[in-house]
Design a binder for this molecule. Structure first.
Ligand SMILES: Nc1nc2c(c(=O)[nH]1)N[C@H]1C(S)=C(S)[C@@H](COP(=O)(O)OP(=O)(O)OC[C@H]3O[C@@H](n4cnc5c(=O)[nH]c(N)nc54)[C@H](O)[C@@H]3O)O[C@H]1N2
Ligand SMILES: Nc1nc2c(c(=O)[nH]1)N[C@H]1C(S)=C(S)[C@@H](COP(=O)(O)OP(=O)(O)OC[C@H]3O[C@@H](n4cnc5c(=O)[nH]c(N)nc54)[C@H](O)[C@@H]3O)O[C@H]1N2
Ligand code: SF4
Ligand SMILES: [Mo]
Length: 721
């Protein structure tokens, strides 16, 4: 028997914790935290072991599949690529480039194949490109672009050195951080307090993170911009700003002062759902702390005011002198430093829109909320073929329940995924990559957002089957297939040969060499691929370091505190405070994540789904009692556009008037290949969210502000009947 222990990372979520994978005779027998890992220091969450569960899952696809009627049959890679190429080229010939749409899901960002997916995107030249970013971090990228000059320049929280951590709309104790990669977030948060600092959590629910905090403010869903405008009011009227930082780093403080001068904490309190004294204290303590950082994430991204809320967060950090200083908001200095390239990126908002004109493009894509209608609505530039890669938009995005119908109406659909999911079950061809444990990688994307500078190698734990392909190889091959190449047999082969020599690890090696820690800058002390490979826990590249002003990509190299469109939107909000409630709906629906679940997947790994029902409507006891509901009762949750049935979970941890339901559930559709998941209860919460409800500036889906009504299931049925 051969036993080997391989050091790599868990790539299931952004945290990328270091793991040690023990393999005995090609079988994974153990996965544990790697104490030598320079970022995660031995931490793993319960999901890490699911890497083995996924690998062994009999439902995981291991060969390309072709639809025949309502089932799939295995085919060879050559056959699959030939057919995909011919069908996609046909659609492009007949209907033009915009007729082919593409959707990229979340795991695409946890794998360097993203570079090749972007090559495919470029080759497609379509306007119909969509990603999970438009139900995720669009607002943060938009703010980074407007304030610092590039969407890449999203600052991260220097959580390991801060004296004061204010968390808004994020639950890192469960999620382990996002756009601030912080594996073992719980320990890092506890450490803030252990070193004498203070932690505040602003969240409608008393979350797992709020339990670790000194103070929890149960804000009204969507109340954050009011709260933050009033914090700014206090900072500016009580002269609590860091004058040097404002003068040397920033532009626009006068416009900001004008905007908030009349908006006191007393005025904000009813709209924020937080009392005026708490708002004042937030401002004063942020200004007084030696270092302080406000960190906001998807709880506020996914609202109608996602962009301006993130703008206010970054502004508060900047004017209190907490941008680019240890313990504040900072930038990484990764081994492959893509951040300075930011200056060369063109502005890119509204270059095109969807056909209705409602959704404007951002980056190189359209908001995903437009996807189903761009497939279903007939006319020129209608999507007739789709490529999905590592995404499950049927469950993960609001589409009025129309995406199923849309995907099944396509002329052709190819999915790159290792499962037959709610989404990929509609595909004509599914191309499955090898399992994550079978691929090699050197992640460079997430190192731009890590709380500590590092570079780590992701070794293959298990040899891939001889005919297995990694995602990047599939993406590269699809890119050659869609191009209208002259003499395809020759040029296609030549292009494939070029791609084959340019693996993600090779590309990263080149990036490291020219990067700030590489041999070209640092000579023999510089890091190389060989050194990274040899270090079992990766290489520690030190704490975050100051990078301003050179990194700032705005014309005057100053942080823009008051972009005109943001100020205008804030004025509109102040004039029309408190959003209108839909008639007949009296509760606000927000989301919730669980430590053993990951968006819509991992529900097929038995150890991840054992125990109590996960997909429940979490309600306050008073709200439940008022509706005649008790813990465990089946309830119907309705919104203006849909209804689902889920059990109620009663808890005083949630703010009255608010209900929390996790997304990514509801696997019982016919044909779904997840046999374990398909046996579980749960419903698709995105059937309740209206795709028209988007952040007014970035177009990000606003799934945290939906008005709903909840009734006992029987009663709702009786009313409907
Ligand atoms: N209501 C509501 N909706 C939400 C959210 C919310 O909070 N509330 N959160 C949103 C957020 S933040 C996100 S990021 C999205 C996620 O939305 P999506 O990315 O669309 O969905 P996932 O559930 O992550 O599905 C990932 C798919 O990729 C496949 N996969 C996993 N690993 C790999 C791989 O290595 N290669 C390939 N080719 N495929 C792989 C899985 O089998 C699965 O089918 O959901 C969003 N939707
Ligand atoms: N275990 C686990 N970890 C994950 C994932 C997972 O599905 N499971 N998904 C991964 C992905 S793709 C992402 S993007 C990250 C997301 O990471 P986080 O941003 O930490 O995501 P959530 O845990 O959904 O936390 C959002 C919080 O916002 C709160 N909230 C909702 N509405 C409002 C509001 O109006 N105002 C305020 N202030 N708060 C509000 C919710 O109650 C919730 O606690 O997590 C990643 N990590
Ligand atoms: S937090 Fe859990 S799922 Fe995410 S990378 Fe770490 S071990 Fe994997
Ligand atoms: Mo996400």
């Amino acid at each position: 028997m051969t036993t080997e222990t391989v050091a790599r990372q868990c790539t299931l979520c952004e945290a990328h914790c270091g793991i040690l994978v023990t393999v005995e005779d090609s079988a994974v027998t153990r996965i544990e935290g790697n104490p030598e890992d320079v970022l995660s220091k031995g931490y793993i969450c319960p999901k890490a072991t699911a890497m083995a569960g996924l690998h062994d899952d009999p439902d995981r696809l291991r060969t390309p599949m072709r639809r025949v009627g309502d089932r799939f049959e295995a085919i060879s890679w050559d056959e699959a690529f030939r057919e995909v190429g011919a069908r996609l080229r046909q659609v492009r010939r007949d209907h033009g480039p915009h007729a082919v749409g593409m959707y990229l899901g979340n795991p695409a960002a946890h794998n360097s194949a993203i570079m090749y997916a972007m090559a495919l995107r470029a080759g497609l030249m379509t306007r119909n490109f969509y990603t999970a970013s438009s139900i995720d971090q669009f607002p943060q990228e938009f703010v980074a672009w407007q304030m610092y000059g590039s969407n890449f320049l999203m600052p991260i929280a220097d959580i390991d050195r801060t004296d004061r951590l204010v968390i808004i709309g994020a639950n890192p104790a469960v999620s382990n951080g996002s756009v601030t990669t912080m594996p073992g977030a719980k320990n890092r948060i506890k450490a803030v307090r252990a070193r004498g600092g203070k932690v505040v959590v602003i969240d409608p629910r008393r979350t797992e993170t709020a339990r670790l905090a000194d103070e929890h403010l149960a804000v009204l869903p969507g109340g954050d911009p009011y709260l933050l405008l009033a914090v700014l009011h206090v900072l500016l009227t009580e002269d609590l700003c860091d004058r040097t930082a404002v003068r040397t780093q920033c532009a626009g403080s006068d416009a900001l002062r004008q905007l908030v001068s009349g908006f006191s904490p007393e005025e904000a309190a009813p709209y924020a759902g937080v009392d005026a004294e708490a708002i004042r204290r937030l401002a004063r303590e942020h200004a007084a702390a030696k270092s302080a950082v406000m960190y906001a994430r998807i709880g506020v991204c996914q609202t109608l005011t996602g962009t301006i809320t993130h703008w206010l967060v970054n502004t508060i950090n900047a004017i209190t002198g907490n941008l680019d200083r240890p313990g504040g908001q900072m930038y990484a200095t990764p081994a492959v430093d893509l951040l300075p390239l930011a200056r060369r990126m063109p502005p890119f908002h509204g270059a095109w829109t969807d056909r209705s004109g409602k959704y404007r493009s951002f980056r190189f894509e359209l908001p995903v909320a437009a996807l189903a209608s761009e497939i279903l609505n007939e006319g020129p530039e209608q999507i007739r073929a789709m490529i999905t890669y590592a995404g499950n938009p049927v469950l993960s995005t609001p589409q009025r329940g129309q995406l199923d119908k849309a995907l099944s109406s396509l002329d052709f659909y190819v999915a790159v995924d290792m499962y037959v999911t709610e989404t990929t079950r509609h595909a004509d061809i599914i191309l499955p990559p090898v399992s994550p444990l079978e691929r090699e990688d050197l992640d460079i994307l997430l190192t731009m957002f890590s709380v500590h500078n590092n570079i780590r190698y992701n070794a293959r734990a298990i040899d891939a089957p001889a005919d297995g392909l990694e995602d990047w190889e599939i993406m590269a091959r699809l890119t050659t297939e869609i191009l209208p190449l002259p003499v395809r047999s020759l040029t296609g082969r030549a292009l494939n040969a070029v791609f084959a020599r340019f693996s993600p690890v090779r590309a990263a090696t080149l990036g490291i060499a020219v990067g700030p820690h590489g041999v070209l800058r640092r000579g023999r002390r510089g890091i190389t691929l060989a050194k990274v490979r040899a270090a079992r826990g990766g290489i520690d590249l030190g704490p975050l370091r100051p990078r301003l002003p050179s990194l700032i990509a705005t014309a005057d190299r100053k942080v823009q505190l008051a972009p005109a469109s943001f100020v205008a939107e804030a004025r509109r909000l102040l004039a029309d405070a408190g959003s209108a409630r839909a008639e007949g709906f009296d509760l606000r629906l927000i989301g919730r994540r669980h430590l053993r679940s990951n968006n819509s997947w991992l529900h097929n790994v038995p150890s991840m789904v054992k125990g109590r029902d996960r997909c429940t409507a979490l309600m306050h006891p008073a709200d439940a009692a008022a509706r005649g509901l008790a813990d465990g009762d089946q309830a119907t949750v309705s919104s203006p556009i849909g209804a689902i049935a889920v059990p109620v979970e009663v808890s005083a941890d949630i703010r009255p008037g608010t209900v929390a339901i996790p997304h990514g559930w509801g696997h019982r559709e016919p044909g779904v290949g997840w046999t374990v998941a398909a046996s579980l209860p749960g419903a698709n919460v995105n059937l309740l969210h209206d795709p028209e409800q988007v952040d007014r500036i970035s177009g990000n889906a606003a799934v945290n502000s939906t008005w709903v009504r909840i009734e006992p299931a029987g009663k709702a049925a009786a009313t409907a009947g």
